[in-house]
Write a protein that binds this ligand. Structure first.
Ligand code: NDP
Length: 272
């Protein structure tokens, strides 16, 4: 029907993404496309949501393969959505990864950036043409991004938070960080010792740039809070269902036309 909302959620097979999908199908007239990089994990998640959730009127859920590190997979997912569920109302970029422990080197940085930053960016760019006018993008970032901004030198920080930051600049500052990690002088150059949090600086600031470039959309990012999932080794103060609340609000709640902001606990927050 005309009022049906199509919502694509990445990394929907477990953790916060799974709960985002679950809460969304509980609403009426909502079609959720639960993305997973592994087909059987995606299908199992859909079955488990069907078995445990009271669906809203006319709502439904499907699984789709989408691996942020595989351009072909992103392209295939784009084509399937274009054929079957075009246009979409909301894209929720929830998928991300983090290394366990405190290993820190250029390999860790490259692998983390590849999924969390470049992968999320690629999904946004590929799916943007499928998002209807007045549609939305929600990027699940992290308070890690705010932490990294606090920890870096004031001169590095001021570049990231500049109102007129461009995508080329953002990419070059993140490359500078990578180069310093490779050279072993990242501390002297005013960078923090964290791959994950620097990748989320990228996600947060990319959200702001994308919002500026697409004024007809509402494009926001958020921290879900400290949530008990596999990523956090089940530590944290919030359940996955609680962690899903702000992302779901940014996807379907009344935003009063706010775009390009970083949110947590249902409120707009400072960058750092
Ligand atoms: P989980 O590890 O539980 O889930 C991560 C999800 O992302 C999984 O579905 C995983 O799939 C998927 N994923 C990982 N890599 C890729 C990839 N290359 N392509 C596609 N999907 C991928 O983490 P959370 O639920 O905790 O995290 C969800 C989001 O919340 C992330 O963006 C995270 O950074 C953010 N966040 C989490 C916090 C927390 O305390 N948990 C705090 C702040 C932010 P698979 O099962 O196949 O690995």
């Amino acid at each position: 029907s005309a009022k049906m909302k199509n919502i694509v959620v990445t990394g929907g097979n477990k953790g916060i993404g799974y709960e985002i999908c679950r809460q969304l199908v509980g609403r009426s007239s909502t079609r959720v496309i639960l993305c997973a990089r592994d087909r059987s994990r995606g299908e199992k998640a859909v079955e488990s949501i069907k078995a445990s959730t009271k669906f809203g009127d006319d709502s439904c859920i499907f699984s789709m393969i989408l691996d942020l590190t595989d351009e072909k997979s992103i392209e295939d997912a784009h084509n399937l959505v274009k054929e079957s569920w075009n246009p979409i109302d909301v894209l929720v970029n929830n998928a991300a990864m983090a290394f366990k422990g405190d290993a820190f080197n250029i390999g860790v940085v490259n692998t983390t950036f590849r999924t969390n930053y470049y992968g999320t960016m690629k999904v946004c760019e590929t799916f943007l043409p499928l998002i209807r006018k007045n549609g939305r993008i929600v990027n699940v970032s992290s308070m890690g991004g705010a932490y990294a901004l606090r920890k870096m030198s004031a001169s590095n920080r001021s570049k990231f938070v500049a109102d007129d930051l461009t995508l080329d600049q953002l990419n070059s500052y993140l490359k500078e960080f990578c180069l310093c990690v490779e050279n072993g002088d990242w501390k002297e150059k005013g960078w923090p010792t964290t791959a994950y949090s620097m990748s989320k600086v990228g996600v947060t600031m990319f959200t702001r740039i994308l919002s500026r470039e697409n004024p007809e959309l509402a494009i926001n990012c958020c921290c879900p809070g400290a949530v008990r999932t596999d990523m956090s080794s089940q530590s944290g103060t919030k359940s996955p269902a609680e962690g899903a609340i702000t992302p779901v609000h940014l996807a379907v709640g009344n935003l009063h036309d706010v775009s390009g902001k970083y949110w947590s606990d249902l409120k707009i927050q400072k960058w750092f």
